[in-house]
Design a binder for this molecule. Structure first.
Ligand SMILES: C[S@@+](CC[C@H](N)C(=O)[O-])C[C@H]1O[C@@H](n2cnc3c(N)ncnc32)[C@H](O)[C@@H]1O
Length: 232
């Protein structure tokens, strides 16, 4: 059975036409993109690398990584998001190979072929995130890099990521995130280690209400990113 939740895919499909509007529901993704891009590039030196972006959506990160000189493949299961991503290439002149497939399906066909795999803001939207982590381990070359980002599971994360972002600040549509699907760094780390992806760096991402800006730092209590390196 495919590891996907149709209602989650539908949620992103409904909004897909606004993916590249930086004032839309996707504003947070536009705002965090330069931060995560520079972090990934610093750790994995993207230029010339074969990169896979899992759950690429409309392609905000995929295009940015291509802009750094990477050879990028983006996969997603939302037809509408992929349609928007492909259309945007015409506007940007970027080159990204977008495909409709799951991480698990691609891992069966193209194991060990990517230098870098990114799986950002996606694990909290799938029924079995550990299966996606295992697919990432299968897809990356030995010694290659896998990056994850997701939302921690604790009362503060519920308050900030659900109540704050969806109900108070209205940065995201209500129902974007489900608390039960949030993932503690210790769980993600355990799944990653068990498939040969020991974590190398864990970093938090915070939103400052006063400056209305995101930054990377030590606070992993709400949003966080994890860098892992595939054992050789
Ligand atoms: C919050 S968006 C993140 C988009 C992109 N990764 C980013 O950070 O800019 C989540 C994306 O995951 C996709 N998605 C959800 N379940 C998926 C699955 N099982 N396989 C592939 N993509 C999936 C959705 O269609 C959506 O595009």
């Amino acid at each position: 059975m495919i590891n996907a939740d149709p209602s989650e895919l539908d949620k992103f499909s409904q909004l897909a036409h606004r993916w590249w509007d930086p004032t839309s529901e996707f504003k947070p993704l536009h705002e965090i993109n330069p931060l995560r891009l520079e972090w990934i590039d610093r750790l994995a030196a993207l230029s010339g690398k074969k990169v896979l972006d899992i759950g690429c959506g409309g392609g905000i990160l995929a295009e940015a990584m291509a802009g750094k000189g990477a050879d990028v493949t983006g996969i997603d299961l939302s037809d509408k998001a992929l349609g928007v991503a492909r259309l945007h290439l015409l506007e940007s002149g970027c080159k990204v190979d977008y495909r409709k497939t799951s991480a698990e399906e691609l891992a069966d066909a193209e194991a060990g072929t990517f230098d870098v795999v990114t799986c950002m803001e996606m694990l909290e939207h799938v029924p079995d995130p550990s299966s996606v982590v295992a697919a990432c381990a299968a897809l990356v070359k030995p010694g290659g890099h896998v990056f994850f980002s997701t939302i921690n599971r604790n009362p503060k994360a519920y308050l900030f990521a659900v109540i704050g972002a969806e109900y108070v600040l209205k940065m995201l549509p209500k129902g974007t995130h489900e608390y039960a699907k949030f993932i503690k760094p210790s769980d993600l780390s355990r799944w990653a280690v068990s498939v040969g992806l020991p974590p190398d760096e864990l970093i938090g991402m915070s939103y400052n209400l006063l400056t209305q800006r995101y930054s990377l730092g030590a606070d992993t209590s709400v949003n966080y990113l994890m860098h892992t390196v595939r054992v050789a």
